[in-house]
Ligand binder design. Structure first.
Ligand SMILES: Cc1ncc(COP(=O)(O)O)c(C=O)c1O
Ligand SMILES: N[C@@H](CCCC[NH3+])C(=O)O
Length: 415
C-alpha cells in the first residue's frame, strides 16, 4: 500500500485524510506514516535476515521521539552524532548496545556520556580523536570500543555538499593512512579495535561507488588481519538515495545482496547506517496557501511553510514534489511556492504547474528525512507540529511550538 495516496478525490496518509489532520493540528505540519517507516526499516532487516548484522538508523534524518520509538520497537540500532541524539535514543527506548557514535567533532563530554551509557562502538575520524578517546576512557577506567571511519576516496556522484568520501572532505581517515592509524589504535590500552567504518555520501543513486568503497575496505581488512588486527564488523554507513522526482536508486535488498556476494565467506558482522532511505518517503510537509500573488513576471503562491521549516530546496536547490491535497478544477498556472521569510532564497518549489486557490492545502512530498530536523526559528517562527499516522489514527508526536516557547530561556539585561 502507498502510504500517501488519493481516495475520493483527496490525499490520505494511510487511512486519515490530510485535510482532517490540517483541521485538527493546523499547518504547517509534518505527517509521517507508521507503515511506511516500518516498510523502510524492514527492507533492510529482511534483506539481512540470517546475516550477523545491525541496521543502525541515522538519527539525524528524523529524530522525533515517536519515530525513534517505533524503530526501537522494530529492533533497530542507531547511528548518532551528538550527546543530544544519544539522549533522544535512550528516551525513545533504544538499546545502548545497538548504538554507533559517528561524527568528526566529538567532545570529551560526548565521549564520557557515551561510555557511561555503554554504546556499541565509536566511529573515530582522526588520530587526535583517537588520543582523546584513549584519555577519556583511561580516566574512567574503561575500554572504548572503536572502529575507524575510513575515507576511501571514491566519488559518490551526489551533490557536493553531501559527498563525504573524497580526499578533500573533512570526514574520516584517508585510506592511505588507515593501516598506520589502526596500528596506533591497537597499541592504546583503553581502546578495543572492533570494526571498520565508512560513509561516502548521501542520496546515492547507483551502487558502483558503494561497491568501490567496499572493495577498498575489504582489502584494508585483509591487510589488518595480516598484521594481527582482527576486525569483527564492517560498517558501510548510510547514503542510499530515494526517489524525489525520477531518480531510480537501487533498493536496499539489491544493495545488500551485492554486498553479501563480495564478502566471500569473511566472518564479519555487517552494519548499515541508513537514514533517508528509511524515512524520506514516509513523510510529507502539509502546508496551506496564504496568498496568490500575480506579478508581471511571475505567479507566486505564498504558503505558510518556509525555509525555516524545510531548508532542502534553499540549501541544495533540492527538488521536492508538491501536490494538492484536494485537487479542484480551475486555471493552471506556473507558480513559485514561497514562504513568508524575508529572503529571496525562501522557496519550497519553483515553476510548478498547479491549479491553486487561497486556502488550498498542499503536501510537499518526501519530507520525512532532513525536514523537521533541519528546521529553525528564523524570523521567530515557531517550529511545525509533527504527526504520526497509524492506520486510521493520527497522533501528535510533537506539538507546534508556541510563541512563548520562542523566547523561553532568554532574559532582559540586568538593571
Ligand atoms: C556518518 C553518517 N552515517 C549515516 C548517514 C545517513 O545518511 P543517509 O541519510 O543518506 O542514509 C550520514 C549522513 O549522510 C552520515 O554522515
Ligand atoms: N541533510 C542532507 C543530507 C546530509 C546527510 C547528513 N550527512 C539532505 O537533506 O539531503
Amino acid at each position: 500500500m502507498e502510504a500517501f495516496s488519493y481516495r475520493d478525490g483527496e490525499l490520505f496518509a494511510e487511512g486519515v485524510a490530510l485535510s482532517d489532520i490540517a483541521a485538527r493540528f493546523g499547518t504547517p505540519t509534518y505527517v509521517y506514516s507508521r507503515a511506511a517507516i516500518e516498510a523502510g526499516y524492514n527492507a533492510y532487516a529482511d534483506a539481512l535476515a540470517g546475516t550477523p548484522s545491525m541496521v543502525c538508523y541515522a538519527v539525524k534524518a528524523n529524530s522525533n521521539l515517536g519515530v525513534l520509538n517505533l524503530l526501537a520497537r522494530l529492533g533497530a540500532g542507531f547511528d548518532i552524532v551528538s550527546s543530544g541524539e544519544l539522549e533522544r535514543v535512550l528516551a525513545a527506548g533504544g538499546a545502548p548496545k545497538r548504538i554507533v557514535f559517528s561524527g568528526v567533532g566529538k567532545s570529551r563530554d560526548d565521549m564520557r556520556r557515551a561510555l557511561e551509557a555503554g554504546v556499541y562502538c565509536f566511529n573515530v575520524e582522526s588520530r587526535n580523536e583517537l588520543e582523546r578517546l584513549q584519555n577519556v576512557a583511561a580516566a574512567m577506567e574503561v575500554k572504548a570500543p572503536v572502529s575507524l571511519r575510513v575515507n576511501p576516496d571514491v566519488d559518490a556522484g551526489t551533490h557536493p555538499y553531501i559527498a563525504t568520501g573524497l580526499k578533500e572532505n573533512k570526514f574520516g581517515i584517508s585510506i592511505d593512512e588507515a593501516e598506520a592509524v589502526y596500528a596506533q589504535a591497537a597499541s592504546l590500552p583503553n581502546l578495543d579495535v572492533i570494526g571498520v567504518d565508512c560513509h561516502i555520501g548521501s542520496q546515492l543513486t547507483s551502487l558502483a561507488p558503494f561497491l568501490d568503497a567496499l572493495d577498498r575496505l575489504l582489502d584494508l581488512i585483509d591487510r589488518l588481519g595480516e598484521r594481527g588486527i582482527a576486525i569483527r564488523h564492517l560498517d558501510l554507513g548510510g547514503g542510499l538515495g530515494v526517489r524525489y522526482r525520477d531518480e531510480q536508486p537501487p533498493l536496499p535488498g539489491e544493495y545488500i545482496q551485492a554486498v553479501r556476494q563480495r564478502l566471500q565467506g569473511r566472518n564479519l558482522e555487517l552494519l548499515f547506517e541508513p537514514g533517508r532511505s528509511i524515512v524520506a518517503n514516509a513523510g510529507v510537509l502539509l502546508t496551506q496557501v496564504e496568498y496568490l500573488k500575480h506579478t508581471e513576471h511571475k505567479d507566486f503562491a505564498v504558503i505558510d511553510a518556509a525555509m525555516n521549516d524545510l531548508i532542502r530546496p534553499a540549501l541544495y536547490e533540492a527538488w521536492m514534489d508538491v501536490v494538492p491535497v484536494q485537487p479542484h478544477p480551475g486555471i493552471e498556472r506556473t507558480y513559485d511556492l514561497v514562504g513568508p521569510i524575508c529572503e529571496t532564497g525562501d522557496f519550497l518549489a519553483r515553476e510548478r504547474n498547479l491549479v491553486l486557490a487561497e486556502g488550498d492545502l498542499l503536501a510537499i512530498r518526501s519530507a520525512g528525512a532532513y525536514g523537521f530536523v533541519m528546521s529553525s526559528n528564523y524570523n521567530t517562527r515557531g517550529r511545525a507540529a509533527e504527526v504520526l499516522v497509524d492506520s486510521e489514527q493520527a497522533f501528535e508526536v510533537r506539538r507546534r511550538e508556541m510563541i512563548e516557547d520562542l523566547y523561553a530561556g532568554e532574559s532582559l539585561l540586568p538593571q
